[in-house]
Design a protein around this ligand. Structure first.
Ligand SMILES: [Cu+2]
Length: 346
């Protein structure tokens, strides 16, 4: 069944300012209206006066996902090396991406994005992939690895790799290298379709010899949804739920360094971008160096590109972040950081 939630109608809804009215116009049940009299986030266009998707509906909470780093199950191998293991199961699941708008997603472990896998450079990684979905899939990891472990259809199939059929499984095994901010995603054909359905996640390799300096860390996948399958996105977000962090600002502390692992997994639009209000940030493209290459307040990433951003909020209050393509922002890709003063214990 084709969804009636088109880009044109979504934009018209966004322009109407009040989300509850927008939902009604789209023929969806209008969500209850909350008036945030003392909430500075109330002055923010589309998000104003609406509630957002209840995390219980999806079984995952964007506020948790943004800080959820999965280090896997570990054990020491002979010689002292760390083996890190995960299990990723692909299965179909309907998710809610805007209040009242459902999307028939394909997920890793029931989430979009999938778990954020995190390792240290030089670890041995083992990822057991089970295809419990309705189409053949793969997991293609970015990074350095043998070809059979690449998760590309037609490559390494004699050794069990390549396309993994429905009901089949395969265990990917490779070294964690190089350090940086990588992706994993299904590489089955048609590629854009399999990625856009939700089969992706972030894969972080920390540099050997200790962690990066401690920061309050967030993972943000800039993603989008083509709800009527016309190869054009109707909904944009970070980590899936449109406007989620307009309603649930990301709490940060003035003076505490912040690190954002930012990835662009958007299909059907060539570029996406990240703009932060009231602050500048340091940029480290692909996270493969320890020093910044750029200081800016707006970063553009092509499909599949990512960057590590670092900053420290200097003033308390709300600071918006959003795609600098206004259209994407209005269709869901905007949120707020809420910076609070550090607690002073006397
Ligand atoms: Cu797939």
């Amino acid at each position: 069944m084709r969804s009636s939630f088109t880009r044109r109608r979504a934009l018209a809804a966004a322009a109407s300012v009040v989300g509850a009215g927008a939902a009604a116009r789209l023929g969806q049940a209008a969500p209850p209206v909350h008036h945030h009299q003392h909430d500075p986030s109330a002055h923010t266009g589309f998000a104003q006066g609406t509630t957002n998707v209840d995390p219980k509906v999806n079984g995952f909470d964007p506020t948790r996902i943004i800080r959820d780093f999965d280090w896997g199950k570990t054990r020491k191998l002979a010689g002292g090396r760390t083996l890190r293991e995960w299990e990723l199961t692909a299965y179909d699941k309907q998710i809610e991406i805007v209040p009242g708008v459902k999307y028939d997603a394909w997920t890793f472990n029931g989430r979009v994005p999938g778990p954020t896998l995190r390792a240290r450079e030089g670890d041995l990684l083992r990822i057991r992939f089970v295809n419990a979905g309705t189409h053949p899939h793969t997991i293609h990891f970015h990074g350095i690895h043998p070809s059979v472990m690449d998760g590309t259809p037609g490559i390494g199939e004699a050794l069990g790799g390549g396309l993994i059929g429905v009901g089949e499984e395969f265990t990917y095994e490779f070294d964690a290298q190089p350090f940086g901010l990588h992706l994993y995603h299904c590489h089955a054909s048609p590629l854009a379709g399999h990625i856009a359905k939700g089969l992706y996640g972030t894969f972080i390799v920390d540099p050997k010899g200790g962690d990066r300096t401690p920061h309050d860390e967030f993972v943000m996948m800039m993603n989008a949804f083509d709800t009527n399958f016309d190869n054009e996105n109707e909904v944009y977000a970070v980590n899936t739920v449109a406007h989620y962090h307009m309603h649930h600002p990301i709490r940060v502390t003035v003076g505490t360094p912040v690190r954002i692992f930012l990835a662009n997994i958007t299909e059907f639009d060539l570029v996406n971008s990240f703009h932060l209000h009231g602050m500048f940030f340091k940029v480290n493209r692909t996270g493969t160096a320890l020093s910044a290459t750029e200081v800016t307040d707006t970063l553009t990433l092509c499909q599949g590109e990512r960057a590590v951003l670092e900053t420290t909020f200097r003033y308390p209050g709300d600071f918006m972040f959003h795609a600098h393509q206004s259209e994407f922002a209005e269709l869901g890709w905007m949120g707020l950081f809420r910076a609070g003063e550090a607690r002073r214990d006397t």
